[in-house]
Design a protein around this ligand. Sequence first.
Ligand code: BES
Ligand code: ZN
Length: 808
Amino acid sequence: MTDKTLRMLYIGLNSKLKQGQVYALTIEFHGDLSEGLNGFYKSRYTTSTGEERIIATTQFEPTDASAAFPCFDEPAFKATFTMSMVRDKDHISLFNMPLKSSTSYGSNGLILDKFNTTLKMSTYLVAFIVCDFEYKQKISGSGTRVRVYSQSEQVEDTPFALDAAAKIIDHYEDFFQVAYPLPKQDLVAIPDFSAGAMENWGLITYRETAILYKDGVSSDKDMQWVGVVTAHELAHQWFGNLVTMEWWNDLWLNEGFASYVEYIGTNFIKPEWKMLDQFLYQTFQRALVLDSLSNSHPISVPVSNPAQINEIFDNISYDKGASIIRMLANYLTDGIFKSGLTFYLKNNSYGNANMDDLWQALTQADAGHGDTNVKAMMDTWTLQMGYPVVTLTKDGNKVTATQQRFLIHPNGKASTSEFKSPFDYQWKIPFTYIQSDGKNDSMLIDSHSVDITLTGSPTWIKGNTRCTGFYRVNYDTANWNALIQQLGTDHSAFSSADRTSLVDDIFHLARAGHVAQTKALDLSLYLKKERNYVPLATTISNLGYIGEVFIGRDGYKLYKQYILQQLSDIIDEVGWNDTGTHLEKLRRGIVLGEANSCGHEASVNNSRTIFYEWMTKGTQVSPNLKYVIYCNGVRYGGEEEFQFVWKKYQDETVASEKRKLMAAAACTSDAGRLKRLLEWSTDESKVRSQDTESLISYVASNPNNGRHLAWDFLLENWDMLKKRYAADINMIGKMISKIVSGFSTQEELNMVTTFFTTHSTKGFGTRRIDQSIEKLHTNVDWMNTNEATVTKWFKDNVNPDKVPKMID
Ligand code: BES
Ligand code: ZN
């Protein structure tokens, strides 16, 4: 008897089992190669001579090992695995462990590969591949054989990942003080792959964009992504593979941890990328955004079936998980944090652990130093959802710090959340602050309100120094004014992390109604002087929220004028030569992208000129300018430009280039073309199914009505999409959230809620849908409250003489 929801097989027995007796269960099992992207599945590619090649590969996490072989498919049932594979001579086979022997098999020229038995491990980490790939190899400092495998025509694009992997393995051995336990580590570029990468022990599988870097073609951002993904999956080799969560409710232990350590690993190979600053822009802010919804969930949640398990691979497990681990590391200090991790890994090697085991190991490391009750503190961050805003009210040199749960939509309808807080939404907050005179202090806020006595009489204080804590900080008006004044006169008085957090906090506090929206805009005036990538990108993205909900409204043009006025100097400074440091290149991409999308005439003309050179003469575009130029060539061009880019997309074999071309096609301003893209997105002869969701999302984010076109497409194809993604239940939820989250009118809200009350979403990602609808509500209310004031603020603060020339 089988249970489809639980994916369990019940085996009835004729007689009772006896305790202490050993039984052997033999199951005959037959499975076909799956056509989807999980289990043991087929992936295809075409060589430059037009030959189609098929490979077979696996993706088991979280619950698909049992689709490939009979097993107790749960993380706590660790076992050793012995593998043999039969293949033909044109292929090779790969497994978690090295090959032991190859002998001929039968009379048809087949070959039998036998592999060494694995160490004790969980089923979801087992992997095997049959392919015709080639590899490049390095030996790590301590002797691990590291190889990167790819299609033979792409093997020249593997050295960056190979070098990164070898160095990061060495670094992690030193960081964790635990040796990498396997004799080899393979990294494999798979042409069809659902996630970004998968940490199978000793046999990491990747989407091609996450591992292949082509010199002169791929961008710095592409290179950074390869570094980050590699550092992430390698972190799992210890955290996840050697020590595994007991059950999926603690998935965040795996993913949150790897999402934090990926920054440490990448920072080790490329210190000049300043990854620890970039953490804020990438990971931290995303977590704060999602966790400010009443439809969020606690980091640690009960899950009991595959659908629920899949659903928690979300920004809470990853990004909030990473952010609270970072907070704890900063609180305990690096040395103690590291030795706690070593205890944890050593105590639980080849076994399973839950979060209390981690807290216990860190407490053990802290004993005699800070003597922190790690569990008491961390439970307040993991067992209740959300996070606090700490409000500082200054009276002379006395400051009162009060904590309160931060909700982006505090007056919104209380959600029907299934989660109750065991701590009444109060947290134990490692609080820090700096003063204008350079003094600083820290304390644990563990009650609703705490009084702080300042030393001296600073003109301002700034809470959450370097933004290491997972909370927002609000201030009384006088202190906000002093902070804004400081940013305006000399912003370098704050570290770039502090500037980043001031911007991100005030904009979200304004959205939630804690401070006036105009105050946030006043603060954004300092953007004119900001030159640092992370705070600059953060400010642009916060202003971008206004742009997104203003599309089609009277204020939209003023918004674009304001952005261009504030960016005019830096637009000229960065120029169009793809030179400078890594961060300068990332910054140029953002600045010129923004200039183009706001209609900066000189930039648009530049994009179009370079695009034509490329289209008509084949002049190559510099890697870091590609996206801006391709996109704006299409946006401001016609059918010919669109066709050109789409044809390039079809023919291109370099994955990172292909992705840029796809994104660029979706920049078209023409509804008919956008509709064609939507049709093509589910046509497997044009778009790999791994990329459907991205293409639909790109279309949805197109300011020329893309969201409505994508929504219509979703409705028209609802049944087909549901069927297509039956095995990948996160996919539809992700698509919906990309489409719906930017709507901002009452009609749109009605349209979306009506749909979801009449169409069943049972069985996939309902939490993502609830979250999207909550965001939509927030947008509608934000517009009602703020549209007029913000439009007026733009009018008052845009000086037409200072706005560079714009196209209409
Ligand atoms: N374990 C995941 C891969 C995964 C994701 C398996 C979802 C099953 C369901 C892997 O470690 C991972 O997190 N990959 C990330 C990349 C990373 C850099 C955040 C991904 O695939 O996006
Ligand atoms: Zn991961």
